[in-house]
Structures are given as C-alpha cells and as structure tokens.
Design a protein around this ligand. Structure first.
Ligand code: NOJ
Length: 511
C-alpha cells in the first residue's frame, strides 16, 4: 500500500477546461503545469487527470484512439512527462485516467478487428458470429462492419467493449470464456499501457468503469482476478503507484480486486446523493436545510462497507466529478460549506473537483459538447479572475463558454473572502494534514442515535458536530473540549454543543 495515500488530498482536473496556455481556447498540459502552485496552495498533494490520450472526443476522451500518445490539443508526451516531473518537484502525485473497458471505434485495434479478414486482433472486441445474431440482452451495434457480426458496446455507440471474455458463457458460438488466451492478451495489452506511463513517471491510475471488464460476471469474480494480476504487478514493480476504481462497491473493488481506493458514488444507490444531492432523495438529502438532516440511512449503508475495507484501502468521497451536476445546483452556500467540512473530515481519500473550491455553478442550459449531454454544465472553464474569459484563455473561441453571470465566482474574488467556500475548503484541507486523526486511516466512530440532529462523529481525539438544518439544535455530550474550527454559530457550554442553523463545530477532546 503506497504510504502517501494516507495523507493524500486529490484535485480532479478536467484538462479541456482548466487553463489554456496557448490561446487556442482549450485547456492544455502546459496550462496545468503553470497552475500547479495554485493546486498545491489549496493543500492538494495529488491530481487525477481525466483522459489526455489521442481521441476523436465523442466522449470527451473516454473514447481512446491511442493509449500511447497525448492528444495534440493538450500537448505532447514530453509535456506530460514535464508535468509529472514538475509535480514531483512539488511533492505532488499525478494519476492518469485508464480506460480499460472500451476504446474508440477509431482505435487501430478496432479498425483491424472489424474487417472480414481474420487476424490476431479478431477477438480483441466482442463480435457475434453473424449479423443475424443480436441477442437483445446485450447492447450491440448491428450490421455496420465488413465483418459478418455485430459488436458489443460498453458505453456510447462509438465505444466498442474490449474483450475480457464472459464469466458465464451463454452463447458459446461467439462468447469466449474469460480465461481464453485472447482475453488474457487484452488484459496484457492494458497492463502494457500502464507500464508505459508508469515508466514515464505517472503515479498511478483512476480506472474508468473498472467493474465492466468480464461480461456476465454477476459477482465480478473474474473481473476482480484481472485487477489482482494488475495489483501484483504494481506491488512487484511499482509499489508507490496507486489505483482508484470507478466501481462504487468497496468490498469488491478493494478486498477482492485489490484496488487501493474506490469512489463513493451513486452508481448502485450507495448513498452519495442521499448526502448532498436531491434527485430521488427529494427533501431527504442530509445537507438540505429543509430536509430531515438524518444521517442514519447513510451511516447504515456506509459503515459496513467502511468496516469491511478499512484495513485494505480507502473509500473516496468527492465534492463532485465531471459526470454529475455541481452541488451548487442543489444546495445553498452555507450547506455547501458544511458538505466540505464533512468530505474533508471523513476517513479515506478525498477528491476535490476543479472549481468546486470557489463554488462554480452548474451551467444547466449548455448544448452538449463531446458527449457531455447533461454533464456539460459541470465541465465549463475554470474561473480564475476578472480578465478576458475569466482568466481561462486569451483565445476568442472557447471549448465551452465561461460563466457569464455578473457575480461569477473566481479564484481572485473568492480567495481572500473570509465568507467563501474557498476559505472553508482550504481550512479543512489544512486541518486534515495537520491532525493525523483526520488522515485516511484514522479511526471513525459515528454517534448516530436514531434520527437526532445534530449528528456527530469522532475521529480519534477530534469530534465533528453538524447541524445541517435551518433550525437550532443542541447535543448533550457530557464532555468538553476545545473548539478547533466552526462554521456558523456554534458553542460548547456545560457539556453541551449548541449549534445555530446550518453550522458545524470541530472539537478537540484531548488538547
Ligand atoms: C465514466 C466516466 O467518468 C465518464 O465520463 C465516461 O463517459 C464513462 N465512464 C465511459 O467511459
């Protein structure tokens, strides 16, 4: 287990939209290098970079055409290596995004595999035996290749699924078992990609749809086996490299598959939305000031997963990512401050999505860009200052428009504002680094008794008290301590913590 993860705080950079260093209207790697000090200044010591590989960008780069080459719009392989080096000089780590489940349909492997002529790449993707064979239970593209067969897609139509075989072979005429040599070769090819970038200095990978490899693998047994093989490679040859799964099933991702980290997302209704977002949870989201503030449902779902995995890896809470509306679409500023206090004081490894530190808004009305659809509104350019294009670019035509509102938050107008989300985010991250109790593997004890507000949890000697609701609340603790930090009006008096509406208090019980 790479030791650095225990005190890691990640910053997710969507490269298209972070900083444009050459005025062509789109963010680039040199732009990221220029802004590393900014990222470090937030207290983030690691970066997750969304895909920067060559791609036709039908899914913003999650449709890879060449795993070995940086997309020209972002720069060159040499630029990426310079980013690794510049980050390392500042004691920062960089994770690339690995997309192992599918490629672009323009990838040379697919160009060969879709031909009628048999080759050693014919089994790299999942083709049926003939075009008349299209089982409805699979997502297939039908009748568009020279080859007589339909192919399975993993996500959008332009993303054919790579072939890692089937766990339960139900159509032996076209499905390969997962231990077939050709399926093993697909995994070898992906491991070669990983080695290539690790040898160039990257510090690991965020793994896209990590659970999607072997098909009909209900319990993900064969999929986990592939990742175990990858983990063995890392342990042997790259022991400091880290992998975080987009799996959202920590037991499987961490305990079975050997990932160091797994995201806490909502893919399997695992409670992320129940905390910060409304959606199907309506008024029940914990941080909704008009809701119930009830952490119990979340705790009952999260704690067993945490307890089962805490000795083997980390669950990652994120402020947001490039796939979901920013939390500004759901919660007011005070609530968002509390959300950040929560995320950065929980165990595991936290992830901050670029722009969330200044409260960037979700741009709901944008036309889809590069397969973004509703996600486009969370992918707009970073807002740096009051200059041209809010400091993102000198260009006249932007990849996506910047927030045009008069009161758009920028780094410049938030940084020194004591009432800003920026202030809370940077303070919380600083406290996380300062107190070992708040590190990834520090203890956690939830004090959730029924549906009480405020709710509280203890991390070693520190206790976090939250009142997310729009009315006052108090809790009888029976103990005192020093106030380490507070948001909103909160006091400790006579063995009680009294919290004004929407407030937070961090208490140190062994000063
Ligand atoms: C998850 C990624 O986060 C998302 O942006 C992408 O579209 C899909 N996987 C497909 O690769």
């Amino acid at each position: 287990m790479p030791k650095w993860l225990n005190d890691a705080v990640f910053y997710e950079i969507y490269p298209q939209s972070f900083y444009d260093s050459n005025g062509d209207g789109i963010g680039d790697i040199n732009g990221i290098i220029e802004k590393l000090d900014y990222v470090a200044g937030l207290g983030c010591n690691a970066i997750w970079l969304n895909p920067v590989y060559d791609s036709p960008f039908m899914d913003a780069g999650y449709d890879v055409r060449d795993y070995y080459t940086v997309a020209p719009r972002y720069g060159t392989n040499e630029d990426l290596v310079r980013l690794f080096e510049a980050a390392h000089r500042k004691s920062m780590k960089i994770l690339l995004d690995l997309v192992p489940g599918h490629t672009s349909d323009t990838h040379p492997w697919f160009q060969v595999a879709k031909r009628a002529k048999q080759s050693d790449l014919s089994n790299r993707y999942i083709f049926t035996k003939s075009v008349w064979d299209a089982p409805p239970e699979y997502r297939m593209m039908c009748g568009i290749c020279e080859r007589d067969g339909n192919y399975m897609v993993n996500y959008f139509s332009s993303q054919p699924a790579l072939n890692y075989g089937f766990y339960d072979v139900t159509h032996p005429e076209w499905q390969l078992p997962h231990d077939h040599p050709d399926c093993r070769r697909t995994a070898d090819a992906m491991m070669a990609v990983m080695r290539f970038w690790l040898d160039k200095g990257c510090d690991g990978f965020r793994v896209d749809m990590a659970d999607s490899l072997v098909k009909n693998d209900e319990e993900k047994i064969a999929t986990a086996k592939i990742w175990r093989r990858v983990r063995d490679m890392l342990d042997r040859d790259y022991p400091e490299a880290a992998m975080v799964a987009e799996w959202c099933h920590p037991d499987r991702a961490i305990n079975n598959a050997g990932f160091h980290m797994d995201f806490y997302l909502d893919h399997y209704g695992n409670g992320y939305s129940r905390l910060f977002r409304f959606g199907e949870w309506g008024d029940l989201a914990v941080f909704n000031p008009n809701g119930l503030g009830d952490l119990k449902g979340f705790a009952e779902e999260y704690l067993p997963a945490y307890n089962r995995t805490k000795d083997n890896g980390y669950i990652c809470f994120m402020t947001n990512n490039h796939d979901m509306p920013r939390v500004t679409a759901y919660l007011d500023k005070q609530a968002i401050k509390l959300v950040n206090a929560f995320i950065f004081t929980m165990p595991g490894v936290p992830f901050l999505y670029y722009g969330d530190e200044i409260g960037m808004r979700y741009q709901a009305d944008l036309i889809s860009k590069e397969g973004g659809f509703s996600r486009t509104g969370s992918r707009t350019p970073m807002q740096w200052n009051s200059g041209k294009n809010l400091g993102f670019s000198e260009g006249d035509r932007l990849y996506l428009p910047v927030d045009l509102s008069d009161d758009a938050p920028t780094v410049e107008n938030q940084k020194d504002n004591p009432d800003s989300i920026y202030r809370i985010v940077t303070d919380m991250i600083a406290l996380r680094h300062k107190y070992a109790d708040l590190h990834g593997n520090g203890e956690l004890e939830f004090m959730v008794r029924g549906e009480e507000i405020p709710f509280a949890y203890r991390r070693g000697g520190l206790v976090m008290f939250f009142n997310p609701l729009g009315r006052e609340a108090e809790i009888d603790t029976g103990y005192d301590g020093d106030v380490v930090y507070k948001i909103g009006g909160a006091v400790i008096a006579d063995g009680k913590v009294k919290l004004q509406p929407q407030s937070f208090l961090m208490m140190n019980t062994n000063p």
